[in-house]
Design a protein around this ligand. Structure first.
Ligand code: CP
Length: 315
């Protein structure tokens, strides 16, 4: 079944995926949500398969949920601690990947600080590769879990207006979400200071706002982004206090969105910087914890599809 609907061995990004391929992954993820909520969570479809998590950047949600997803499907999982590996002795990314590849692994889940690094690696190995976030480029499973959260809450993606707010410039989450939401027929707005907006953002097929209240007016979804200090070279914002005043999401700014607008954040959050702490925890508006739950189901779907396609010999 998965061979026909999603015929790719690797999942490197959302860009280029067709609407029916995205829908297929979301449909399969939906099934895993229900499975994960049952007492019978454990499956065996990946028994005998090996998944390696190779993370060159820190992670809580993505790494843990990939591990949980693989274990729930019955796979053997290894979490490589990069700081304790031969990378610390100077081994290159490609040599590391080829070394792991020689051990007959099935899936390599990779996070790397450089955009394009995961694609480069995928060209050198026989196993399936899943991008767990590469630099500023893409974070495909995050966009899929965001889409699953929205679709389950709103019943659709097409026709919704989604505001992606904050540090868009440094955000791979924003890029993957822009591709996915536009492909699925949603209207995307980027909202944030000009200094944190990609050059020529208007040419990306989205609307751009530098005023938060204008950008949030009548939207269905408010997706907040973390201010990514670790990727900034220089001063992009005058001060945290000023940033929160103009671009931090609080009840006041949210009041111009639709009354049933949902608040999302990929995490980790900077409370009091891009989002008011009480609002982040307001279960009437915030679906941030639900996003985390959806992450496990989406990663189960991606692992299942990747291993299936690997077995079928798909490129
Ligand atoms: N959203 C996300 O990628 O979180 P982690 O960095 O904790 O994996």
């Amino acid at each position: 079944m998965t061979n026909v609907i999603f015929p790719h061995r690797h999942l490197l990004g959302i860009e280029g995926l067709a609407p029916h391929e995205i829908s297929a992954l979301l449909d399969l993820s939906d099934q895993f949500v229900e499975k994960n909520r049952s007492t019978d969570r454990k499956a065996s479809s990946l028994r005998g398969q090996t998944v390696i998590n190779l993370f060159f950047e820190n992670s809580t949600r993505t790494r843990t949920s990939f591990e949980l997803a693989a274990k729930r499907l019955g796979a053997d999982v290894i979490n490589m601690q990069v700081s304790a590996s031969s990378v610390a002795k100077g081994e290159t990314l490609i040599d590391t990947a080829m070394t792991l590849n020689a051990m007959h692994i099935d899936v390599l889940v990779v996070r790397h600080p450089d955009s394009g690094a995961v694609k480069l690696l995928s060209e050198k190995v026989n196993c399936a590769v899943i991008n767990a976030g590469d630099g500023w480029h893409e974070h495909p499973t995050q966009a899929l879990l965001d889409a699953l959260t929205i679709r389950r809450r709103k019943g659709r993606l097409g026709g919704l207006t989604v505001a992606i707010c904050g540090d868009v410039l440094h955000s791979r989450v924003a890029r993957s979400n822009m591709h996915l939401l536009s492909t699925m027929g949603a209207r995307v707005r980027l909202v944030g200071p000009r200094t944190l907006m990609p050059a020529k953002a208007e040419k990306l097929g989205v609307e751009v706002f530098t005023d938060m209240v204008e950008g949030l007016r009548d939207v269905d979804i408010v997706m907040m982004l973390r201010v990514q200090n670790e990727r900034m070279r220089g001063n992009f914002i005058p001060s945290i206090r000023e940033y929160f005043h103009f671009f931090g999401l609080d009840y006041d700014k949210l009041s111009v969105a639709k009354p049933d607008a949902l608040i999302m954040h990929p995490g980790p959050m900077n409370r009091g910087v891009e989002i008011d702490s009480d609002l982040a925890d307001d279960v009437e508006r915030s679906v941030i914890r639900e996003q985390v739950e959806m992450g496990v189901a989406v990663r189960m779907a991606c692992l299942k599809v990747a291993t299936h396609n690997l077995a079928m010999g798909n490129a």
